[in-house]
Design a protein. Structure first.
Ligand SMILES: *[C@@H]1O[C@H](CO)[C@@H](O)[C@H](O)[C@H]1NC(C)=O
Ligand SMILES: *[C@@H]1O[C@H](CO)[C@@H](O)[C@H](O)[C@H]1NC(C)=O
Ligand SMILES: *[C@@H]1O[C@H](CO)[C@@H](O)[C@H](O)[C@H]1NC(C)=O
Ligand SMILES: *[C@@H]1O[C@H](CO)[C@@H](O)[C@H](O)[C@H]1NC(C)=O
Ligand SMILES: *[C@@H]1O[C@H](CO)[C@@H](O)[C@H](O)[C@H]1NC(C)=O
Ligand SMILES: CC(=O)N[C@H]1CO[C@H](CO)[C@@H](O)[C@@H]1O
Length: 365
């Protein structure tokens, strides 16, 4: 009694009674399956509910209606009408939905876990005290690796961690500091180096813990996001050049650094996802992808619903909601709709948006 194996199975049983982890109940041994696990790091683009369990402000939470209205039919912490990118990638990789790390109770870590936190940045200063910063996300992953070692033993854990894919999307919240006019402490170049430096530090930390396969999204066309357009009052609807220039600078530094890691780190394999090109194209040519609207959000207030007030739990209480979110690129003034996330997930998985490997290859190798 009290051996790791015993308590592990007890927890599984407990989870079955609570119908939390039905995948474990059907004669499945809860051992790692054939599929590579998925570990997720990042911000609101990837958060599947971690911020439901921290003390933060409404701006960093999406656990109220109308978030979650289409696929899940209830608000659950995803900044979307439905699923987000990690949900689609898990589906394509034949994994169950990957749970938020802070979800109370048993966690089936053998499939992976999601550490992403809305509002988080690569820098600890970004929304400090209100989010789980990237460094803390890494420390949670290190804890998970210890739990796995106790459950499965060293050899099996090493194999699991090396086979797993690590998906990372971070940076926009750091750049929001500069975009909202705070350039007091850094030049753009220095700031980008600091952000990317902290991302590479975390990638090295995941590698040190046993990770080998990384999927990293670059910065989207930040200047074309309705919320950012409104920041500089571009009421004519054109993208804000300074913001997109900052994203491009980040992306060029990030791709150089990933190439360096590829040469330095043992067994390193990566997929660099060109979120920028895709987002710029879909926002400016929505009909090409079957959308009716690329510049107006589905949910929020203001002429373009550019005010971040979806759900009315923050400072602004008024908001409007569109009838059919599938016609929109943006659900709120910052975050994509499920339909947009599905399209980009397919392109990341098997399309030409990612290189040198796409995610399908990363998972299958
Ligand atoms: C949560 O944050 C608020 C405001 O920042 C603070 O007043 C409150 O004490 C915090 N609660 C907990 C449980 O930490
Ligand atoms: C500007 O950014 C620095 C560094 O992130 C921060 O310490 C400072 O509080 C910020 N100033 C304002 C006015 O937001
Ligand atoms: C990471 O960010 C901190 C500020 O939070 C900065 O002082 C440090 O130099 C950065 N690290 C790297 C490797 O750039
Ligand atoms: C749109 O407005 C911004 C400033 O508000 C200006 O810099 C830009 O040139 C305008 N674009 C067009 C196409 O008129
Ligand atoms: C919503 O829009 C999508 C995309 O245009 C369309 O396929 C779907 O039929 C629409 N749904 C409803 C209920 O009108
Ligand atoms: C420079 C510019 O585009 N200014 C506009 C800001 O927005 C107000 C109304 O929202 C317009 O009246 C200004 O022309």
């Amino acid at each position: 009694m009290g051996s790791p194996k015993f308590s592990f199975c007890f927890l599984v049983l407990f989870a079955c009674y609570g119908i939390l982890i039905p995948t474990c109940c059907l004669g499945d041994t809860c051992q790692p399956n054939d599929h590579a696990a998925l570990f997720v790091f990042g911000d609101s683009i990837f958060d599947v509910g971690n911020n439901n369990y921290i003390n933060t402000t409404a701006d960093n939470q999406a656990n109220f209606s109308p978030y979650g209205e289409t696929f899940f039919k209830y608000p659950n912490g995803r900044f979307s009408d439905g699923r987000v990118i990690p949900d689609f990638i898990a589906e394509y990789a034949k994994l169950p939905l990957i749970q938020p790390y802070l979800f109370p109770g048993y966690q089936r870590y053998v499939d992976g876990v999601n550490f992403a936190s809305a509002g988080a940045g690569a820098l600890v200063e970004t929304h400090q005290g209100l989010v789980i910063d990237l460094k803390t996300q890494l420390s949670y992953f290190e804890k998970v690796s210890e739990v796995l070692r106790q459950e499965l033993g060293d050899a099996e854990t090493t194999t699991l961690l090396a086979k797993a894919v690590y998906l990372i999307n971070i940076g926009s919240n750091d750049y929001e500091i500069i975009l909202s006019g705070n350039t007091s402490t850094y030049t753009a170049e220095k700031f980008v180096d600091t952000v990317v430096g902290n991302i590479t530090t975390v990638i090295k930390g995941i590698h040190r813990t046993g990770g080998r396969k990384f999927g990293v999204l670059n910065q989207p066309a930040m200047g074309c996001v309705p919320f950012v357009k409104a920041l500089v009052n571009a009421s004519n609807g054109s993208c804000v050049e300074e913001a997109s220039a900052l994203a491009k600078l980040h992306n060029s530094v990030l791709s150089v650094e990933l190439d360096k890691l590829n040469k330095e780190l043992k067994g390193f394999k990566y997929s660099y996802v060109d979120f920028f090109s895709f987002s710029f194209d879909v926002i400016n040519n929505p009909s090409k992808y079957g959308f009716k609207e690329g510049g107006v959000a589905c949910c929020g207030s203001g002429p373009n619903r550019e005010i971040f007030s979806c759900g009315g739990k923050g400072a602004v209480k008024d908001y409007e909601l569109c009838e059919n979110s599938s016609e929109y690129v943006f659900f709120d003034s910052v975050h994509p709709t499920e339909r947009l996330d599905q399209i980009i997930s397919q392109l990341m998985w098997s399309g030409n948006l990612a290189g040198p490997y796409n995610l399908k290859t990363l998972f299958e190798e």
